[in-house]
Design a protein around this ligand. Structure first.
Ligand SMILES: *Cc1c(COP(=O)(O)O)cnc(C)c1O
Length: 410
């Protein structure tokens, strides 16, 4: 067999040459940082040149268990050798076990596995519309979503995303979406009518700037939904899976949704998402032939989910997040007090934002040079979504590097 060298990783190609090739070949939908990450170990990433970086992004709230977790990797390797894919026309053990474990930690009753967060949002929207359709036989039902929300890039998910900038060029969206203001219950009440089939929001807004929904707001939403048989849909894709110190952020307030979405850390790197619902919605919405997916819930992805959920329990991840999350808050508050151009810290657990009175891109770029990976949430906010296994020493190290990057520009 002859090997075509140009198709294989060429030992002689530099990081810069790979970056140039990427800029020629990949569709330019991201302004990427000038780095090629090559491997990970614990909470550290290494680029192609062997430079080491402390990672406070975790692939955007994905790699909760840290890189190179032996148990996780072994579970995936074992599944690869058994079977990677069958079809949803057949049962598979990893999907059944993953669903059982996900039900246990969420208290929800029915699970549909997807390949991504956006697809989980799509499924939730379809389930809500079908639920309303089965009740009154009409269509044109409305969904109330929130301003500044982010739910993904596919057409349905984009249509409920409360950032006009993301939507504008792609209008019309799916239609019949109304936007209310997060934590402003009157703005929701004004929009509720007999056509409303669902109220959809992130329990803690991620991309939109790390805005947690308030307890009173969530409770009022639950009340409105109960009174009018409207479905409460919570997007836990970023804030779920232990990130806020609860398996799912709504559990802190006991405001249980009718449908919830999960992805990002669900597979810790293997592309997988899910939408979950109560038995009531499960038996009165999507039925056979209403929804499907080729890959969703395949044995490899579900072996990851299953092992991730075991490891969360075995390693007491929730308890750890509460402890180290409180420490991160304290250290970030100190940093906010030190620099007058930092106006606020907000967030929950290991989902935190530092709000600046100016763009943060330059600070993030400097931190990257100094060996720290950070990401923004909007132009003026640095977001902290590290692996959930970080320690207080890692937090100290992060603060030290970030402090250096900030003081350079005073
Ligand atoms: C990332 C994200 C999504 C979209 O998930 P993808 O896997 O990128 O499609 C949806 N909702 C929230 C809150 C997210 O953070």
């Amino acid at each position: 067999m002859s090997e075509n060298m140009s198709d294989n990783m060429n030992e002689n190609m530099s990081m810069q040459e790979y970056i140039e090739e990427a800029e020629r070949d990949l569709l330019h939908t991201y302004n990427r940082y000038q780095v090629v990450f090559d491997k990970g170990e614990g909470v550290y990433l290494y680029d192609m040149e062997g430079k080491k970086y402390l990672d406070f992004v975790a692939g955007i709230a994905v790699f909760a268990l840290g890189y190179g977790n032996r148990d996780y990797n072994d579970a995936l390797k074992a599944q690869i050798d058994k079977i990677i894919h069958t079809s949803n026309y057949y049962y598979n053990v990893p999907a059944i076990e993953a669903a059982r474990k996900l039900k246990k930690v969420s208290g929800m009753d029915r699970v549909f596995f997807t390949n991504s967060g956006a697809e989980a949002v799509e499924g939730a929207i379809k389930a809500a519309r079908k639920y309303a359709y089965l009740k009154d036989g009409t269509t044109d039902h409305e969904i109330i979503a929130m301003e500044h929300s982010f739910h993904g890039r596919t057409m349905g998910a984009l249509s409920v995303t409360g950032n006009p900038h993301y939507r504008e060029a792609f209008e019309p969206g799916i239609g019949n979406i109304r936007f209310a203001k997060l934590n402003d219950i009157d703005s929701v009440r004004e929009l509720v009518n007999e056509k409303t089939c669902a109220i959809l929001l992130e329990t803690v807004q991620g991309e939109g700037g790390i805005f947690p929904a308030e307890e009173s707001f969530l409770k009022e939403l639950r009340k409105i939904c109960d009174e009018r048989d409207i479905l409460l849909i919570l997007d836990e894709i970023q804030c779920g899976m232990g990130r806020t110190g609860y398996m799912f952020a709504w559990q802190k307030y006991g405001v249980k949704p009718d449908i919830m979405m999960c992805a990002k850390a669900l597979g810790c790197g293997v592309p997988v998402g899910a939408f979950l619902m109560t038995e009531k919605v499960g038996t009165h919405s999507l039925a056979a032939s209403d929804h499907g997916t080729t890959y969703g819930g395949n044995p490899l992805a579900c072996a990851a989910v299953s092992r991730v959920l075991d490891l969360f329990e075995e390693n007491h991840i929730i308890e750890h997040v509460r402890k180290v999350g409180a420490y991160l808050e304290k250290r970030l508050d100190e940093l906010a007090a030190k620099y007058d151009f930092i106006t606020e810290r907000r967030g929950a657990g290991l989902l935190q934002g530092l709000v600046f009175d100016r763009p943060v891109a330059e600070y993030i770029a400097q931190a990257l040079k100094d060996g720290l990976v950070l990401i923004n949430a909007g132009a003026n906010i640095i977001r902290f979504v590290p692996p959930l296994v970080i320690t207080e020493e890692d937090v100290d190290k992060m603060i030290e590097i970030l402090d250096g990057a900030l003081s350079g520009s005073r």
